[in-house]
Ligand binder design. Structure first.
Ligand code: HEC
Length: 398
């Protein structure tokens, strides 16, 4: 422990001067970070970075009750820490949640709290990062997901809880019972922990071949969750070095959140303190956005953006296009700019086909998704102003 502490303090000193204020500074250690738990003392020596999680309001859900429970969500303030060694990187996300919700295996109407850590497969060009929700065509992400679930016993491994063994049906005593209990505990499903590669909502593919080694854990206390993910710096999907982007999502079970109904951060840069590289990425993701917000707002109205998009105060909720109420919270400036000049570069996946079968968000032409939004080849100044305005669209932090 003392060794880890000294190592972390030393790297904090190196980091403090040069780095942008809101990059996550991953401190280096020579200890085995796979041994960390969300409540390990070692985390108290790592530097915390404040991030904000915004209600994702891209798609309108079919579930009325869930919509009502999330109608006036504020943004949440969360804290992130990171530690790495030669092999692995560990993230700790702390986020407020007033109620501990745990999913019960046998009830489909009870939703568990959960969180996800998302990493882009390619991040060389900071202006071409994947769609923040779940990656997009040609821009995949790796997602590590952990949900709070109640342990259930599934001895046959098929999720058939009704078939579970009952100790009362066994004529066992003393030592036998202990041995029996141990056997049953080994078969228990105590965790919902998954990794995915994804290029959009309907393309989430679970990585099941064991090639994606990661571990995750959650601990609840003081009206907040601590969630930890530990994964390799390098494997067949990802190569994390110097600096790279990460994004976080949380689900609040008490608000019936699941799937796309969640809280979402934007891409946040991580700097592996002591490693070279990644400065361009950190700079690009932390630079303040320049532009005339008032003029941007006028341009958005003049160009008819509000004819399709919901922008609070300017237009009514609509299924024609993604809701932009929180777009400034989770989209980068580069993404917003690209969305305006080249809407088909990243096509927002997974629109609600049930709600608007006649107004699709995209059409498939020659196997490629083409956005229903027309491109707007505007001049640089207009684009700067519009992007500056769109970046102001986000819920208040509470
Ligand atoms: C004809 C309807 C229409 C108009 C007009 C329109 N859009 Fe869009 N927009 C869409 C659709 C549909 C999508 C989703 C498909 C895609 O990603 O291109 C979209 C996507 C977007 C996105 C990405 C949203 C996300 O959640 O990632 C942004 C940002 C955006 N539009 C901004 C604008 C701005 C700014 C204007 C005005 C200059 C505008 N749109 C005009 C239909 C429209």
């Amino acid at each position: 422990m003392t060794k880890l502490k000294t190592a972390l303090l030393a790297s904090t000193l190196i980091a403090s001067s040069a780095m942008a204020s809101n990059a996550i500074l991953a401190q280096k250690t020579n200890k085995d970070v796979t041994k960390l738990t969300p409540t390990s003392k070692a985390w108290s020596y790592a530097k915390a970075t404040t991030i904000h999680l915004y209600p994702q309001t891209t798609i309108t859900f079919n579930d009325k009750k869930a919509l009502e429970a999330n109608a006036n969500n504020h943004a949440k303030e969360a804290r992130v820490k990171a530690i790495y060694n030669g092999k692995n990187v560990a993230f700790l996300l702390e986020w407020p949640d007033g109620t501990k919700s745990v999913q019960k295996g046998y009830r489909s109407d009870v939703y568990g709290d959960g969180f996800a850590v998302q990493l882009p497969v390619n991040y060389k060009d900071p202006s071409k990062l994947p769609y923040i929700g779940m990656g997009s065509d040609g821009r995949p992400v790796v997602i590590h997901l952990q949900k709070a679930v109640q342990p259930i016993y599934e001895p046959n491994g098929k999720g058939n809880v009704g078939m579970q063994q009952n100790i009362l049906s066994k004529n066992k005593f003393g030592k036998d019972i202990k041995a029996y209990n141990k056997e049953v505990a080994k078969l228990a499903v105590t965790d919902y922990q998954r990794s995915f590669v994804s290029e959009g909502f309907r393309s989430m593919t679970e990585i099941k071949d064991g090639s994606e080694k990661f571990s995750a854990d959650m601990a609840y206390g003081n009206h907040a969750w601590k969630g930890e993910v530990v994964r390799p710096l390098k494997d067949s999907y990802l190569k994390l070095q110097g600096g790279f982007p990460v994004a976080f999502a949380t689900w609040d079970g008490a608000r019936m959140q699941r799937d796309g109904l969640k809280y979402l951060s934007g891409w946040v840069p991580v700097k592996l303190v002591g490693q070279r590289g990644g400065d361009k990425l950190v700079e690009s993701l932390t630079a303040p956005v320049k532009g005339d917000v008032e003029n941007g707002k006028n341009l958005v109205q003049q160009n008819g953006c509000t004819g399709c998009h919901y922008i609070p105060g300017l237009s009514q909720p609509s299924t024609m296009a993604p809701g932009l109420a929180n777009i400034g919270g989770y989209a980068t400036a580069a993404y917003l700019r690209e969305s305006i000049v080249d809407p088909s570069a990243v096509v927002v996946p997974g629109y609600n086909r049930n709600q608007h079968p006649n107004t699709p968000w995209y059409n498939v032409v020659d196997g490629k998704r083409v956005s229903a939004m027309p491109p707007y080849p505007l001049d640089d100044k207009s684009l700067d102003d519009m992007v500056a305005y769109l970046k102001t669209l986000k819920a208040e932090v509470k």
